[in-house]
Design a binder for this molecule. Structure first.
Ligand SMILES: [Zn+2]
Length: 477
């Protein structure tokens, strides 16, 4: 993270400045990027929980003076604990963050922090300094055109993510979001000391899940250091506040809102078992090459060779036409535009599913690059699989496509989800004994983090604790 003198000057300048600013640019950028969120990250489908998050957010909005922003609040269907703001007042919390909440004030403080980023236009200021990264650094004339059509989808989260929400805010911007965020929460009657509690839970959770300190996720943009805690403590000490009755009256009510919340992968989006992707609702599976980095977003699933030398991407075609006619139509357009023929194009059969494949080759950069396009029909849906990479990866790409097939009944039955539930502890019980008795699937460490406990803590009678239960996924089909 670089800190330039310019950003320091800007943040000193906005320090304490009134909120009356022109937000029309923010609103435009925010609205454009907000459209990408459902496509690239997914919005979690739980109307009751969404309404709750909005209610907490609206309490904070009431305390904001003279900011002509229409704040709106959303739950992102991601297991990583994260929260982010888009310019213009789009505030997002992931289900991963919600699963950590033990007190409404924790949620309010995180949302307050993000609202300040939007109010103070932090990402708009950062954005001007950012350059969008390319997704796949494979050169070539035809590749460029190909990538524009097919790479657009998978590059979207990378572009949106690194250009905007997860852009590294400057340290002074973070400080400001912390300071004004807890102030906002306190004004709305929330305990401002809970921001530090929440940040610590997020940090512990991320470290446990990734086995690394402050990897990606929340902490690449939100460094949480002892310095930040002591700064927060000082700020919180200065605040005078009167507690307000929470939207969810008490802990049981809060927990009943969180009950059933999906933890880890949500099977609705399909799940990975190592590099095998299984989609229970659509009834297909595909196995991506070993050790390739996989990515699953609502509009596509794919994998990339770790050095960026090749990628495979599967998405739905927005058509029900016959694969042969789609393929032949593409070939004709390609010939017309590039005045050359594909290296290969033919009708195919992939595990009983009819399809059409086109292979293109591009040597214009001096290195041979192959491109594959497949249209495959399964259950009256057309799947588009595209592969792009240096020729040395062509066999790998093709055998990946050959793994596309129907899910077996056993595979379907084997798909489960972890859902939040709650149970009462007995006097003197250890976390391990409690977990065994209640069928809690979390480790002792995770159980402690999720409940704000210390590892090895002895439980008390009637203590109401979060657990994760594993239930078979019932496909909507
Ligand atoms: Zn922040």
């Amino acid at each position: 993270m670089k800190k330039s003198i310019v950003s320091l000057i800007i943040s000193i300048f906005i320090f304490g400045v009134s909120y009356s600013q022109d937000y029309s640019y923010d609103k435009k950028i925010g609205a454009e990027n907000a459209k990408q969120v459902p496509l690239t990250m997914g919005i979690y489908n739980d109307s009751v929980l969404s309404a709750y998050v909005t209610s907490v957010g609206q309490r904070l909005v009431k305390q904001v003076d003279n900011v002509p922003l229409d704040f709106n609040f959303h739950i992102v269907d991601m297991s990583e604990p994260n929260a982010f703001a888009l310019p213009g007042g789009y505030i997002y919390v992931t289900r991963g963050v919600l699963s950590l909440v033990n007190d409404e004030s924790e949620l309010a403080c995180i949302m307050g922090h993000e609202m300040i980023h939007a109010i103070e236009r932090h990402s708009v200021k950062q954005m001007k300094k950012k350059i969008l990264p390319g997704i796949l650094q494979i050169p070539g004339a035809v590749v460029g055109a190909f990538n524009q059509n097919l790479g657009a989808l998978i590059s979207a989260p990378v572009q949106v993510g690194s250009a905007l929400f997860l852009s590294s805010y400057s340290r002074s911007q973070e400080k400001e979001a912390d300071r004004l965020g807890v102030d906002l929460a306190a004004k709305a009657g929330y305990d401002p000391s809970k921001l530090a509690v929440m940040l610590e839970s997020i940090q512990k959770d991320v470290e446990t899940l990734t086995g690394e300190e402050e990897k990606k996720s929340y902490f690449s943009s939100h460094p949480f250091t002892p310095k930040r805690v002591s700064y927060l403590e000082k700020e919180v000490d200065k605040l005078e506040w009167k507690p307000n009755e929470p939207v969810a009256g008490n802990k049981e009510e809060l927990y009943s809102l969180l009950k059933g919340l999906c933890y880890a992968d949500n099977p609705v989006q399909g799940v990975f078992k190592d590099n095998q992707f299984l989609h229970p609702d659509m009834g297909f599976t595909i196995t991506f090459p070993d050790k390739w980095e996989t990515q699953n977003i609502p509009v596509a699933v794919g994998a990339m060779q770790p050095d960026g030398g090749a990628q495979v991407l599967l998405q739905l075609a927005d058509t029900v036409a016959d694969p042969d006619s789609l393929g032949i139509d593409f070939v004709n357009k390609f010939k017309k535009k590039y005045k050359q023929s594909p290296k290969e194009n033919k009708h195919i059969d992939i595990n009983g599913n009819p399809g059409y494949m086109v292979m293109l080759n591009d040597n214009s950069s001096g290195k041979s690059v192959d491109m594959f396009l497949y249209w495959i029909r399964m259950n009256d849906i057309i799947y588009n699989i595209s592969g792009l990479g240096y020729t040395q990866y062509s066999d790998t790409i093709q055998s990946c496509v050959q793994s596309f097939r129907h899910l077996t009944e056993d595979e379907k039955k084997g798909i489960t989800s972890l859902n939040l539930d709650f149970a009462l502890a007995n006097e003197g019980e250890t976390i391990d004994a409690f977990s065994k008795r209640t069928n809690n699937k979390w480790s002792e460490e995770i159980t402690a983090i999720m409940n704000g406990l210390e590892k090895g803590e002895v439980l008390k009678d009637g203590q109401y604790l979060k657990i994760a239960v594993e239930i078979p996924y019932i496909s909507i089909k």
